[in-house]
Write a protein that binds this ligand. Structure first.
Ligand code: ADP
Ligand code: TPW
Ligand code: MG
Length: 568
């Protein structure tokens, strides 16, 4: 019997922690239970917080991270000590790298034993280990500190540039009794946990005067812009100025991909030729070749909107930094806009339009070339058609060719609908993101997965079926990492490093949990199965047979593979 049940005037750390989370607006927790957090999850459920139990902490963490991205509130992942903590830590690191607000709460063992390394059950110095992977890392040792500890954790996750925060809760904290009335009086929810960061007027004016000198301007939309949820202002700014825009992967749909000003189909051309580029919540990292090299106009000037001043000049001189939150920065830009006039090259937009048309013709040729077995393009033609007809769906996407080709072929029409491998290009986000998106939005989710990518989180189809989530998974089964026709250079009988079983029937897996299986090898079959999945709202897994010879090494980033002497 817990102290609470024994004595109504007492509460304990476990009950108080749940109360604090609830008071802070936390309405769901993703996790895997065990000592010392099982009762914590039970109590959360009892107090009306939805608890979604996973098969692996990494997926629970990914669900939490994507919940954070979609809602601007921290998603919560609950794990046990040492191994559970470490399993979750990968997703916490990924959330931090991508700027998603997420909190990992892990139970931990006895401090005095851990500190003397005397070998406690699941002993690990978790708080310190989390530090380099998290935006912040805290531990609560006393129930009196729960209110402050939770408030700090939440504020750290959502304020400024969002990220992953680790919160260590010791087994001792969870069981320590405390006077109930006094303890509940300590609880509070933080005032304005994600305050606006208003940019300086100077920075706005400087940026607009730079823009007024531009001849060939371009706006690059990043996932920071998508996160900011200031969609209307971004659209107004883009449409009022008439500047072409290029969405980064998870910013697709911020403005519809078929918008006349989208330069996505002329990407190389606009990067190479733009003389002034506005980075709107996008970093000049590897995904943009660091703003340097043959992909870029050597004389390009950058205007960068970011909440994190450290991102300015990170890779390239930024002539027009605007440090602030994007909602405030867009407001200020729109206010000042009427005071500036622009003189863009009259044929900049029309030359982009010409390139787009040429590239679209080439793309349509690829999409319409039928092949047997299917290749990525004719399979994705079908996915595109379905999503053109069902625009409000969430699309989760991971793999190499499966990722890159889907991004290029499938249009998005609404903000924050495309959820993918992000900054790290990490495999394993698939099922966690799909579950997080389905739980958060209540809408159907379509996950387009490479066969390798799916393997990293595939066991979560159990979770999808158990919670009866409207998730349809398509496994693009080409029998391998990148391609299914790799060779074992020894000539031996082991498969090559890139080979996976092309005969694998991924659809059979979901049968074990009562989901709906499909095995398809033609476009028509694929279309029927996807439509059935997303309209029935039943957990569905489609094994889509793709030519093992389709695809390229590393998808569209082949050139990042180290070049060895034999290749030179
Ligand atoms: P992408 O991969 O889409 O290019 P990145 O993750 O590299 O996007 O960059 C997103 C940037 O957006 C980060 O530098 C982050 O600091 C910034 N950011 C996130 N949220 C906001 C916000 N609300 N306001 C301003 N900047 C933001
Ligand atoms: C956590 C390396 C990048 S892409 C990929 C791997 C293993 C799988 C590509 O094969 P898939 O897609 O999914 O079948 P396709 O269409 O090209 O055949 N471990 C982690 N993250 C990454 N990025 C890797 C390994 C990798
Ligand atoms: Mg594959």
């Amino acid at each position: 019997m817990s102290p609470v049940e024994e004595n109504v005037s007492l509460t304990d750390g476990m009950h108080l922690l749940v109360k604090a989370l609830k008071l802070n607006g936390i309405d769901k927790i993703y996790g895997v239970v065990g000592i010392p957090v099982t009762d914590l999850a039970r109590e959360a459920q009892k107090q009306g917080i939805r608890y979604i139990g996973f098969r692996h902490e990494q997926s629970a963490g990914n669900a939490a991270a994507i919940t954070g991205f979609l809602t601007k509130k921290p998603g919560i992942c609950l794990t046990v000590s040492a191994p559970g903590f470490l399993n979750g830590l990968i997703s916490l690191a990924n959330a931090t790298v991508n700027g998603f607000p997420m909190i990992q709460i892990s139970g931990s063992s006895d401090r005095s034993i851990i500190d003397l390394q005397q070998g406690d059950y699941e002993e690990l110095d978790q708080m310190n280990i989390a530090k380099p992977f998290a935006k912040a890392s805290y531990r609560i040792n006393k129930p009196e500190d729960i209110a402050i500890g939770v408030a700090r954790t939440i504020r750290a996750a959502v304020s400024g540039k969002p990220g992953g925060v680790y919160l260590d809760v010791t087994a001792n904290l969870l069981q320590t009794a405390i006077d109930k009335i006094a303890a509940e009086k300590t609880l509070f929810s933080p005032e304005d946990p994600a305050p606006s960061f208003i940019p300086s007027r100077d920075s706005i004016q400087k940026a607009l005067s730079l823009l007024s000198k531009a001849k060939k301007p371009l706006i690059i939309l990043g996932k920071g812009a998508a996160y900011a949820q200031t969609d209307e202002n971004i659209k107004t700014f883009i449409e009022k100025t008439g500047i072409p825009f290029l969405p980064m992967s998870m910013a697709k749909g911020l403005l519809p991909d078929d918008h006349i000003q989208s330069a996505a189909a002329a990407r190389s051309f606009v990067l190479k030729n733009a003389d002034t580029v506005i980075l709107l919540g996008a970093r000049l990292n590897w995904l943009l070749s660091h703003g340097k090299g043959s992909h870029w106009n050597p004389n390009v000037k950058f205007i960068q909107l970011d909440i994190d001043p450290k991102e300015i000049d990170s890779n390239h001189f930024i002539a027009g930094p605007i440090v602030g939150d994007i909602a405030s920065s867009m407001n200020s830009l729109l206010e000042e806009l009427p005071n500036y006039s622009f003189n863009f090259d009259s044929n900049w937009n029309s030359s982009i339009e010409d390139i787009k048309k040429t590239n679209e013709v080439k793309m349509n040729e690829k999409l319409n070339l039928s092949s047997n077995p299917l290749n990525y393009y004719n399979a994705l033609k079908v996915v595109k058609e379905v999503l053109d007809a069902h625009r409000d769906i969430y699309l989760v996407n991971e793999g190499a060719n499966t990722l890159d080709d889907t991004r290029n072929v499938v249009n998005m029409y609404y903000p924050r609908r495309r959820l993918d491998c992000g900054t790290w290009g990490v495999m394993g986000i698939g099922m966690g993101f799909a579950i997080g998106a389905a739980v958060t939005s209540g809408k159907p989710v379509l996950a387009i997965e490479g066969d390798s990518a799916f393997g990293f989180s595939g066991m979560e189809i159990s979770t999808i079926c158990e919670y009866n989530l409207p998730v349809t998974i398509v496994v693009f089964n080409n029998g391998g990492i990148y391609r299914g026709d790799g060779l074992n250079l020894s000539g031996g009988s082991d498969p090559s490093p890139t080979t996976l079983m092309e005969t694998a029937r991924y659809d059979k897996l979901i049968e074990a949990f009562g989901g709906v299986p499909y095995n398809v090898s033609t476009g028509e079959e694929l279309k029927k199965a996807i439509v059935a999945g997303i309209t029935s709202l039943k957990p569905t897994l489609i094994n889509c047979i793709i030519d093992p010879k389709a695809g390229t090494e590393s998808g569209h980033i082949t050139s990042l593979n180290p070049k060895h002497l034999s290749d030179k």
